[in-house]
Design a binder for this molecule. Structure first.
Ligand code: ADP
Ligand code: MG
Ligand code: MG
Length: 891
């Protein structure tokens, strides 16, 4: 069969369908589907993505079959519309729209009113009896076509339009007369000619060809390429081009254009949501030029159309089982549907909608759990503005995308990128945004615009990027040229801090205090549903009572790793720690340790209290001792300085002693030196103190009526004998302590498997260790020989060159490091079938790594408190996927 290039839709029938997004693009597929459903869609045809790929590969040429199919479909479209393209008396006008499989802002803008020229514009005026409308369409076409297809820079025609309005004292374009518009058309045409040194193309067929080619070429423009890169869309799938009969929302007060959502895309509330603008066309409603009206008001102004639209939108949502984002036009009180697609919602909205849709019986719990991207819910954990704080609110706008964002104000996209690269949090402030600002929005924490509504460009893109955004903030007066804005009588310059509250629409001067969000409402419900399906337990890496509390809030089922050294870093404790390290004799060391013991015990006790009967696993002291001491270079400089100024002898001596000890402890490769269990073996009194503090805390907690579940893990084990050495010590001190307290508390002693040798000899190590905790941060470092602290740049460059596909410190390297984990599990279980195993390290909060842990049969993952909800969802998804696969396998 000969390949097909073009697909027609119209008159209640369509050649394409919703399953053909790859070929027709999302837009073309949905238009075909809506046509088949009998909805009022203007007829048209879609040139498939295959033609785009062909066009770009052959550097701008089409085989004759493609052209023939386009011509045949155009003829068919003329019949369906009852008008001829280029007809001087009753012209058919077209829109040319781009649309790829994935919705992609950044590609070519749509061209409307194509087919207009000096003759057809008169025909349109005569036929409609509305010359004002005809010339309004023509001036739009001249500017759009010039800027989009002929490549004349954006904004070239705007000033002429503004000038005209000023001349007439008009607030907006709708107030201009036919004569004004005619004059503008003349000027636009002349300006276009001057810029491209050619007459504006008058032949409608030539216009169509040029527009079609511009759509296909736009696939490769910078904006589109940037967007694909940042959202992981492949470069080779191409875009479709849809050519469609125009309908007109700019015919006067009985006409309008609008956009809507079947539910609120910011909060997820079940309410009809959107905006419309009378006597307007195309993007007017979202461009923020005139402020549109809320869609509910249509009920009064266009009651019949409103009811029809609500019905249609409801039908579409049911059919696609997803929030719909739709576009419509009203031409002389008649409704036309121009687009529908899944609505991009914020994470908060997505979760609420998922919960609602289960209650509405559109989905099962299993289905919605699999539909939410675990990474997406991280946004729900972002801090919110402390509702109790006094905030200096200087303006209010639409809460277009939720969340809190604080940063320095910048007024240009490039500047946003620049300042962000310097490590600043930035807020991009604009009158309104356009697709040209996309890189700046990407770099910004939040976006603030003076104009536009809840569906403006800024709002839509911000929601998609999961950034706080406030639009339509007419209380601010933005001066982009001088990079500042006025609000409530205050002047905000570039570089000044502002905070956006995307939940309320408040703009706050300065940095507002932020607090952790609460896990209540639909989010809590959703995660509790997820919990019912998962097999992996989720614990947290928490070092302080504060971390532990946050972890519990987020649903952690215990502490998988407490890095005990973090308890020594406070100002009060560090000097004692240093004393311990500097001690020359065991006695001195023990004296210092004795002072540290009660401090550590109190912290441990707080952890047991927070964890209320969930396991608390501590890691014995792990880092090289040098990390607690001043830097060698700094000390050298200091000593020299002190000697130069002939400072007090005893002070100099003290510093020298410190330096001498630092030099003794100096290692070229501290990561591979005296650390982990090697420390506890060299200085058993350290292990002894930590274990004693831990078990005293456990005993005291038990005395308070808690049921502590202590676990001790030995870091950086590579030899079974190391494990044996430390385990014996732990057991001895634990038993002694409990005996003193006359308590018997069950506890476990395990090994951190974070060196390749430990994984490879896991059978031997498991004879001693009751559990394994795979420390995948170190295991990744030691497997690759990449230091996590030093290799960021290398890894980034590797990713750029596709030597690595992912950051190995964020997503577990399943092939290599994962293999070691698998081997470790197998071998470990071979000598101790009851061995429990978990994974701690950054990877514990990474969905793909969590999936791996599930499949490899681990018992738990442990991650930072803020990642706990992500891990809970990822673990549920892993279990559900496994179940699906088992089902599929049985069939
Ligand atoms: P985008 O992908 O940017 O949404 P669209 O192709 O949907 O671009 O078109 C941009 C604007 O033009 C939208 O407001 C849309 O409703 C309007 N539009 C597209 N085709 C037509 C048409 N045939 N008649 C009237 N308006 C149209
Ligand atoms: Mg659209
Ligand atoms: Mg480690």
């Amino acid at each position: 069969m000969a390949p097909k290039w073009v697909w027609f839709f119209g008159g209640g029938k369509a050649e394409g369908n919703i399953g053909m997004k790859d070929v027709l693009g999302g837009k073309g597929a949905a238009l075909a589907d809506m046509t088949t459903l009998g909805l009022p869609v203007p007829p048209g045809f879609t040139i498939g993505t295959g033609a785009c790929t062909l066009y770009n590969r052959s550097r701008g040429k089409f085989p004759p079959e493609v052209k023939k199919e386009i011509a045949a479909n155009l003829a068919r479209l003329e019949r369906a519309a009852g008008r001829k393209f280029g007809d001087a008396r009753n012209p058919l006008l077209l829109s040319v729209r781009s649309g790829a499989r994935d919705s992609m802002p950044g590609m070519m803008d749509t061209i409307l009113n194509l087919g207009l020229n000096e003759k057809t514009v008169e025909g349109l005026a005569g036929k409609s009896g509305n010359p004002r409308f005809a010339y309004d369409s023509y001036r739009r076409f001249l500017a759009m076509f010039s800027e989009i297809v002929l490549g004349i820079p954006k904004g070239t025609f705007g000033p002429l339009f503004e000038e005209k309005k000023l001349e007439r004292g008009a607030e907006s374009g709708v107030e201009l007369s036919v004569e004004d518009l005619k004059d503008l058309c003349r000027k636009f045409k002349a300006l276009a000619k001057e810029r491209v040194k050619k007459d504006f193309p008058q032949d409608p067929l030539v216009q169509l060809e040029l527009a079609r080619d511009a759509v296909f070429r736009s696939w490769n423009n910078d904006r589109a390429a940037f967007y694909r890169k940042s959202s992981g869309i492949p470069d080779d799938i191409g875009t479709a081009a849809t050519v469609q009969a125009m309908v007109f929302g700019n015919m006067g007060d009985t006409s309008a254009t609008g956009v809507g959502f079947t539910r609120n895309p910011s909060t997820g509330a079940r309410e009809f949501y959107g905006e419309y603008l009378v006597n307007s066309q195309g993007e007017d409603v979202v461009a923020g030029i005139r402020t549109p009206r809320p869609i509910r008001e249509m009920r009064k102004q266009f009651p019949k159309v409103y009811d029809q639209l609500v019905r249609i939108a409801g039908r579409l949502e049911k059919r696609y089982k997803d929030v719909q984002d739709f576009e419509f036009t009203i031409e002389n009180n008649r409704l036309y549907m121009l687009q529908t697609r899944p609505g991009k919602c914020t994470a908060a909205a997505a979760v609420r909608i998922a919960v609602d849709m289960v209650r509405e019986k559109l989905y099962t719990k299993e289905e919605v759990i699999l539909r939410i991207e675990p990474r997406q819910i991280e946004q729900l954990l972002h801090p919110v503005i402390d509702p109790g704080a006094v905030a200096d609110v200087i303006a209010r706008g639409y809460p277009a995308s939720p969340g809190a964002a604080a940063g320095v104000a910048v007024f240009h996209a490039d500047k946003a990128v620049e300042r962000a690269a310097e490590g600043k949090d930035v807020i991009l402030v604009r009158k309104e945004t356009s697709p040209d600002d996309i890189h700046g929005m990407d770099a910004a924490r939040g976006i603030l615009t003076a104009k536009g509504g809840m569906t403006s460009h800024a709002a839509v893109v911000a929601r998609q990027m999961e950034k706080a955004c406030i639009t339509g903030c007419d209380g601010i007066d933005v001066d982009e040229a001088t990079s500042r804005f006025m609000a409530g009588g205050r002047l905000v310059h570039e570089g000044d801090y502002i905070t956006l509250n995307g939940d309320t629409g408040e703009v706050i001067l300065g940095k507002a205090p932020l607090i952790a969000p609460k896990m209540t409402g639909p989010f809590g419900t959703f995660l509790s549903w997820a919990d019912a399906f998962r097999r992996l337990a989720v614990r947290a890496n928490a070092d302080t009572p504060r971390d532990a509390r946050a972890a519990r809030e987020f649903g952690a089922e215990g502490i998988g790793m407490c890095r005990t050294e973090h308890m020594f870093l406070s100002e009060a404790r560090l000097p004692i720690m240093r004393e311990m390290i500097l001690a020359r004799t065991t006695e001195d060391r023990e004296a210092a340790l004795t002072r540290l013991l009660p401090m550590q015990r109190e912290d441990f006790k707080a952890l047991f209290r927070e964890m209320k009967g969930h396991p608390v696993t501590i890691r014995l002291l792990d880092p090289p001792l040098n990390e607690f001491l001043p830097k060698r270079e700094d000390l050298m400089v200091e000593v020299t300085k002190l000697e130069l100024i002939r400072a007090d002898r005893s002070l100099v001596e003290e510093k020298k002693r410190l330096l001498a000890r630092v030099e003794e402890l100096h290692e070229f490769n501290p990561l591979l030196g005296l650390r982990g269990c090697r420390l506890g073996i060299a200085y058993p009194e350290i292990t002894r103190m930590q274990v004693r503090a831990f078990f005293e805390a456990a005993c005291e907690a038990a005395r308070e009526g808690l049921r502590p579940m202590p676990g001790v893990m030995v870091p950086l084990v590579s030899l079974a004998r190391e494990m044996k050495d430390q385990k014996e010590l732990v057991v001895q001190v634990a038993e002694e302590t409990m005996k003193r307290f006359k308590r018997k508390i069950p506890y476990t002693v395990g090994a951190m498997v974070e060196l390749p040798r430990a994984a490879l000899t896991a059978d031997e190590i498991a004879r001693e260790a009751e559990f394994f905790s795979f420390g995948t941060n170190d295991l990744t470092q030691t497997t690759f020989g990449f230091s996590r602290e030093d290799s960021g740049a290398i890894i980034k460059s590797y990713m750029g060159r596709h030597i690595l596909e992912e950051d190995i410190f964020a997503t577990l390297d399943l092939e290599g490091v994962g293999q070691l984990v698998r081997v470790g599990m197998q071998k470990g279980k071979s000598t101790r079938p009851t061995l429990k195993a978990g994974l701690c390290g950054e990877h514990g909060g990474d969905p793909k790594s969590v999936d791996f842990c599930h499949r490899t049969g681990l018992d738990y993952v442990s991650c930072s408190p803020y990642r706990v909800p992500v891990a809970r969802l990822a673990a549920a998804q892993a279990a559900l996927r496994e179940r699906q696969e088992a089902k599929a396998g049985r069939k």
